[in-house]
Design a protein around this ligand. Structure first.
Ligand code: ADP
Ligand code: MG
Length: 339
């Protein structure tokens, strides 16, 4: 029998492959299934996350400067560590490259990696270098540290908790649509210069995302521990689905509470897309989705860049979106389908 990998989807495939592994070490506090694995080291825990980026799937060098690619490759990993309410400390970087890449090109990639290390205060401590028949693959592992009782998992949301979102959503996806469109125009007519000047915000969100270290620091300062947390890498719908599935709860998201940048709204309309659809299913925002106990609402109510966007419900209520027009929609997690 032969089953196509597409039949299971990303999350189904991971469950299928890893479901039979039983954790044997008492120090393996969290294995597969969260933003990062958690390893017990006494009062502190080590938090580990890894991601692989493949040319032609996750990045396109036609419009991605190598320096930005290096920076983003690090940031997406750090984001998973912050999503555990922990702080990244080290990274390892492994690359597979074809002979199409020069030393100068790799210097650019590493200039971006170094810039991210400096910005986030993490050390590059190892990796691996090998050849690839075609294109480039980058795999980065981030290692972080967190206090055991402050770590936040995807499974801690409780009925009545408030759902919070940081920053704004959808712009990175729209930036990608713009870059793809300009690439296509350029391929059809190489004399036309791309005109991206008035879309700096969306392009920047796509090419140079940042991880929300600032908000994890804020949580420490104001003494807030979210009940659950995940970073928004695949779109809000997919991430709220993970929180609900792992916490055994339902959720109601208010469309009016989902933060969307005005530039993203305008750009969505230009592409004839609904801005909320971009926020729900776009991805690559690297913002945080977290839930808080309602008693903590005063701690976040007036904080900039934190928006209350809904409430955790009973599992029988499912996962719903209350639109600005007052209609209730059932949310479906689309996740990714890359194969
Ligand atoms: P994220 O979007 O936060 O990076 P993923 O969706 O990539 O998370 O992964 C979900 C979980 O599955 C993580 O715990 C990750 O470590 C684990 N995982 C993904 N692929 C594999 C694999 N091939 N083998 C073992 N664990 C995996
Ligand atoms: Mg994540």
């Amino acid at each position: 029998m032969r089953t196509d990998v597409n039949t299971l989807g990303e999350f189904g495939l991971i469950d299928h492959l890893t479901g039979n592994f039983v954790l044997q070490q008492p120090s393996s506090l969290k294995g597969v299934g969260d933003d990062a694995a958690v390893i017990d080291n006494g009062s502190f825990c080590t938090v580990v996350s890894t991601d692989m980026l493949v040319e032609g799937i996750h990045f396109d060098l036609a419009y991605t400067p190598l320096k930005h690619l290096g920076y983003k490759s690090v940031v997406v990993n750090l984001s998973d560590i912050y999503a555990m309410n922990a702080f990244p400390k080290q990274i390892t970087v492994s690359i597979a490259i074809s002979n199409r890449y020069s030393v100068e090109a790799l210097d650019e990639l590493y200039a971006g990696i170094r810039a991210a290390c400096e910005t986030y205060g993490v050390d590059l401590v190892g990796g691996d270098t090998t050849s690839s028949p075609k294109g480039m693959v980058i795999s980065i592992t981030a290692i972080g540290q967190g206090e055991k009782d402050l770590l936040t998992y995807r499974n801690g949301a409780r009925v009545g908790d408030l759902i919070c979102i940081t920053g704004d959503l959808g712009a990175a996806y729209l930036g990608l649509q713009l870059l793809e469109r300009e690439k296509q125009i350029w391929q059809e007519n190489p004399d036309v210069q791309p005109n991206l000047e008035d879309q700096q915000y969306a392009i920047g969100r796509q090419l140079k995302p940042e991880a929300r270290r600032d908000l994890i620091e804020t949580f420490r300062k104001i003494g807030l521990k979210p009940t659950s947390m995940i970073d928004i890498s695949d779109g809000l719908a997919s991430e709220i689905f993970h929180i609900c599935k792992q916490s055994g709860v339902g959720a109601l998201i208010e469309e009016s509470g989902v933060p969307i940048h005005p530039d993203a709204e305008l750009l969505a309309l230009k592409f004839k897309l609904d801005p909320i659809t971009c926020a729900l299913n776009g991805g690559e925002d690297y913002e945080l989705l977290f839930t808080i106990d309602p008693n903590d609402v005063e701690k976040v109510r007036f904080l900039p860049e934190i928006y209350i966007a809904g409430e955790i419900l009973d599992p029988k209520d499912g996962i719903k979106l209350n639109t600005k027009g007052g209609n209730l929609h059932v949310l479906k997690a689309q996740g990714w389908t890359h194969f």
